[in-house]
Design a protein around this ligand. Structure first.
Ligand code: NAG
Ligand code: NAG
Ligand code: NAG
Ligand code: NAG
Length: 751
């Protein structure tokens, strides 16, 4: 599958088309190169030779043996990984790659892969209201001042007001990173806010580099958006042309930012080899949290594993291929995989028809100063089904008119409204039209109108408008500017429809995603302004920012403890007690495969009561064989199923006989505490917890309990969901449980 940004200011589907085109180009370019050599990633495990120079020398020794000369070895290497883990990326023929797997020290050899890079309001909604003299601000977090967040993305725009370092204390002395210069990046571009900046351009095709600059500067905007969401300083009166006006700031507004530019060009092209180099450097530099808003193949998740084993919390976007199940990416157990939710903000946009009927849609329709577009006056109204073919033709007269696009349900494009929306917008603009009314099922993506008036309505509303058009000789309509509505009248949070869903195709024995965070229509910095973007890309830095706050408050917490605090405190109901919904086809009550533990609750995460901690070496025990896929290395074949890992969740994908798992909790709250377990069994499963009461005091800070799950019937079943909650007065430490009763192994549910 092609890779790109995990976000979209208007349409991810549109991006996908662009990606396919780029991939084609790349393949042709390779052929043009006249060589069958490709970049392979060779993984050698822990750094064993001490000094990085020695590690690099050992890589060259190995390649010299393989290729016959030192010169060939030097010429073939693209990146050396030498700080956090040992390995390299090198240009090799498939035969050479295969020969390498026979070297005893080689753990895996994988081809290089392409990647897709997958606010003002969101922080208030989460209860982190920094405007009101710290109310809602967790104690001891100091806005994340001593914490360093590494953002591996498309670079940064240092002039944005979000990255002002005014009033910042000196850079933490433990920082070992660097400020890599470029033609449009001098040493003053690094600051007490952006404390480090590097870029990774090795092996990139020239066509990609031509559209970008060899520096950490971000022309695409994605990296700047993500960095300002994670750690942007407070900026007054940020808005997108007046919409969503407020104080823009990151989750940890005083955290320091380290930039690792791995995505290039307007579309954000990047390769695994560069991401691994960035992670390797980030481990060396001393970041505390890594934020990665990109799709990443799981066979190369060893980079993140080494980072986590060095105490770095790694946060990844879950992907934008929802609402289809099993579409999640980045699902390794050691990372935090993030789903996207919607916040309590909407942009109602009034439409008035010629018969004076009033209709509400949503849009980001704003006033364009020197244009008649976006202005609210009556114009003619025409209707079209907006198929690819009809939008490609030029037959229809839309000049000066508003076009109603109402795709037929059987049109395959109706399930990819993002593409159609952009095509329709182009069609109206090219034809000199004044506006677009676009009917679709909910996708949670509000496209930017691009100079004409535009508004999105539900399919049933689209039908109503069409009926009016058909029953009138000269149909008319006007589209007003969007308003911004926030607060209690909006049903929120909801899991966004585009957010990828579990279960994880790579690790069905754990629950993924881990958490949902705001990711739909998020306003954040791009160059010198503030724009909306949507995607799990936008949700990821929200979680990274909160992880930074937790790290500031609890410097001794492991990445597993930080993840546990985030998952066990998450909300599964809104503030009225109504269950959180998941948008999709159809909309439904959200379950752990939509949002993991639930929607993120930063205040709760800072004081979780109990944490499910994991010794980072345990990951090897459970996943040695998974990482060492396709390599000629013996791994521990007796490895336990992953549900025995001490995660703050339990997933049993095949429950045929009673299965017992153990969980260990550590008290990080009041020393003398008593917790009572409340069990909600998944339907069809009997779940027993033993002991049901846990007593903590100065001597007993850690307790282990047993969870026995028994199928109630012999059944080839489906996943059902439950939870185990440890209660102490108002405090609830909740973990999700998913189980599927089965009779047969490897049953394909296709009948
Ligand atoms: C960054 O460096 C460029 C020159 O490379 C300079 O023009 C610009 O003003 C600098 N920006 C900041 C914020 O220092
Ligand atoms: C508005 O005017 C600016 C500058 O004169 C121009 O760059 C821009 O394209 C105009 N916008 C429209 C929608 O005509
Ligand atoms: C769009 O129109 C062009 C020229 O008329 C034609 O070559 C192309 O195949 C059309 N594309 C689609 C998707 O219909
Ligand atoms: C694995 O390596 C050993 C030597 O260490 C070799 O004898 C064996 O053929 C290799 N197996 C495969 C499947 O490549």
């Amino acid at each position: 599958m092609e890779k790109g940004f995990l976000s979209s200011s208007s349409s991810r589907a549109h991006h996908r088309v662009a990606w396919v085109l780029l991939c084609l180009c790349m393949m042709l370019c390779r052929v043009h190169g006249g060589s069958s050599r490709k970049v392979y990633i060779v993984y050698l495990g822990e750094v064993k030779h001490g000094h990085p120079d020695h590690v690099v020398a050992s890589h060259h020794d190995m390649l010299t043996t393989l290729l016959g000369s030192k010169e060939e070895s030097m010429a073939s290497v693209v990146y050396n990984y030498k700080h956090g883990f040992s390995g390299f990326a090198a240009m090799l023929t498939p035969e050479q790659a295969k020969q390498l797997t026979e070297f005893p020290e080689v753990i895996s050899v994988e081809p290089n892969r392409r990647h897709k890079a997958s606010t003002t309001r969101s922080w208030d909604f989460l209860g982190l209201n920094y405007q009101m003299s710290g109310s809602g601000l967790p104690h001891g977090t100091n806005y994340g001042e001593d914490v360093i967040i590494g953002v591996i993305d498309s670079g940064i725009w240092p002039e944005s007001r979000s990255f002002s370092d005014q009033g910042y204390p000196p850079i933490p002395s433990r920082w070992k990173g660097m400020c890599q210069l470029g033609p449009d990046w001098d040493k003053n571009n690094c600051s007490r806010k952006i404390i480090g900046a590097r870029f990774y351009s090795a092996g990139l095709p020239d066509e990609v580099l031509k559209t970008d600059s060899l520096s950490p500067r971000d022309y695409g905007g994605h990296g700047t958006h993500c960095a300002s969401t994670a750690a942007g300083s407070a900026v007054q009166a940020a808005s997108f042309n007046g919409l969503a006006k407020g104080v823009a700031r990151g989750g940890a507004p005083h955290a320091r930012i380290a930039v690792y530019k791995t995505l290039w060009g307007a579309k954000g092209v990047g390769y695994t080899s560069a991401f691994l180099a960035a992670i390797d450097d980030a481990i060396h530099d001393g970041v505390d949290v890594l934020s990665l808003s990109v799709g990443f193949p799981d066979e190369n998740s060893f980079g993140a594993l080494h980072a986590v084993q060095k105490g770095i919390t790694v946060v990844y976007a879950g992907g934008n291929d929802g609402p289809r199940p099993q579409t999640l990416e980045n699902t390794s157990p050691w990372v935090i995989t993030v789903a996207a939710s919607k916040v309590d903000r909407s942009f109602p946009t009034a439409i008035t028809l010629g018969n004076n009927q009033h209709i509400l849609g949503q849009s980001l329709n704003y006033h364009v100063v020197n244009s008649s577009a976006g202005s609210s006056r009556f114009t003619g109204l025409v209707s079209d089904e907006c198929t690819i073919a009809s939008l490609n033709a030029t037959a229809m007269d839309v000049k000066g008119k508003i076009l109603l696009c109402s795709p037929l349900p059987e049109d395959p494009l109706a399930i990819a409204p993002g593409i159609t929306f952009n095509n329709a917008l182009q069609y109206v603009r090219n034809g000199g039209g004044s506006g677009l009314i676009f009917a679709q099922y909910t996708t949670d993506l509000l496209g930017v109108c691009q100079g004409i008036a535009c508004v999105i309505v539900d399919l049933d509303t689209g039908k109503k408008i069409k009926k009016y058009i058909l029953g009138t000789s000269s149909p008319m309509a006007k589209i007003e500017l969007a308003r911004t509505v926030i607060g209690k009248e909006i049903s929120a949070p909801k899991v966004a429809s585009f957010s990828s869903r579990g279960p994880s195709p790579d690790y069905p024995e754990i629950i993924k995603p881990d958490i949902a965070a705001p990711g739909a229509n998020i306003l954040a910095a791009v160059r010198n302004s503030y724009v909306f973007m949507s995607g799990t890309s936008m949700a990821t830095p929200h979680v990274a920012g909160i992880a930074a706050l937790l790290k500031a408050q609890h410097p001794d917490w492991s990445p597993a403890a930080i993840k546990s605090a985030i998952i066990t405190s998450a909300h599964v109901t809104d503030e009225r007690g109504m269950p959180i919904l998941a948008e999709g086809l159809p909309r439904k009550i959200a379950d752990p495969f939509d949002y993991g533990g639930g929607n993120i609750n930063p205040g709760g995460a800072t004081d979780p009561g109990l944490v499910y901690d994991i010794d980072p070496r345990d990951y090897n025990k459970f996943f040695g064989c998974t990482i060492i896929r396709r390599a000629n290395v013996s791994c521990d074949a007796t490895a336990l199923p992953a549900y025995h890992l001490n995660l703050p969740s339990i997933a049993i994908p095949e429950l045929r006989h009673p299965i017992t798992v153990w969980r260990t909790v550590t008290n990080v709250g009041e020393v003398n505490s008593v917790y009572h377990a409340e069990v909600q069994s998944p339907a069809g499963v009997r779940m027993e917890v033993e002991p049901p009461v846990l007593l903590f005091d100065a001597m007993n800070k850690v307790h282990t309990f047993k969870v026995k799950l028994s199928p109630m019937w012999k059944l080839q079943g489906d996943y059902t969901f439950g939870s185990i909650t440890c209660h102490k007065e108002q405090k609830a430490v909740r973990i999700p449980v998913a189980a599927r009763i089965t009779i047969q192994d490897f049953y394909a549910d296709v009948a």
